[in-house]
Design a protein around this ligand. Structure first.
Ligand code: PLP
Length: 219
């Protein structure tokens, strides 16, 4: 079964990189997958999942959480400011903190509720105009603004440009995280997670290699 294969490949990649087995968190990206595929992975004991759309996640995860204790949910899609409140209630981590207005919104939610999910800052390593994320040149200032708001991101996240070699992007993200004393690195997907582990990923986000191809109709 695909989950077992991916876990085995992840363990080999950890070992090859001289890293402890189990040191990388596998986020199973379940966006727009049929429920029976997600339930099969839950039945196998996996508990860490990623979603891209707040509304979709809010519709399906509360019931699964009741049935399968211990689920950790990671928000990996662009987060609209007006969905931030729902997102902080639903998710254990948000990987897509990418702009000052969202930082301000999260800071005010943190004041009201006393806690927040773990935060990763998304960096647009490829400097693609259509892609979310803080530009590398703006990262230092953005992190300073976050800290001024009492937000403490634990790491960085990137989505390398499609069709390009991911490795320079992984290397760049790792370097920026080290420069800023951040330990979390959310990088690597179905096609390149082994390279991401070699470059120090702490969280990989794998969807289609576990669940099969997505048929995009939602939401
Ligand atoms: C969909 C998605 C993934 C998973 O992609 P696969 O290629 O199916 O592994 C990972 N990260 C982000 C940000 C995504 O949107």
């Amino acid at each position: 079964m695909a989950l077992t294969d991916i876990l085995a490949r992840l363990r080999s990649a950890e070992t090859a990189a001289g890293r402890a087995e189990g040191s990388v968190t596998l986020i199973a990206v379940s966006k727009v997958q049929p429920p029976e595929r997600v339930e099969a992975v839950l039945e196998q004991g996996h508990r860490v999942f990623g979603e891209n759309y707040v509304q979709e996640a809010a519709g399906k995860w509360p019931a699964w959480r009741d049935r399968f204790p211990g689920v950790a949910l990671h928000m990996i899609g662009p987060l609209q400011t007006n969905k931030a409140r729902l997102a902080v209630d639903l998710f254990d981590a948000i990987h897509t903190l990418d702009r000052p207005s969202l930082a301000a919104k999260l800071a005010s939610l943190a004041q009201a509720r006393g806690s927040l999910p773990q935060l990763f800052v998304q960096v647009n390593t490829g400097e693609e105009p259509q892609k979310a994320g803080v530009l590398p040149a703006d990262l230092t200032a953005f992190l300073r603004d976050c800290r001024a708001l009492d937000l403490t991101p634990i790491g960085l996240m990137c989505i390398p440009p499609e069709g390009e070699d991911s490795t320079p992007h992984f290397a760049m993200l790792a370097r920026m995280a080290a420069d800023h004393g951040l330990s979390g690195l959310s990088m690597g997907m179905s096609s390149d997670f082994e390279a991401a582990v070699a470059h120090g990923a702490t969280h990989i986000r794998v969807g289609s290699a576990i669940f099969g191809a997505r048929s995009y109709s939602a939401p």
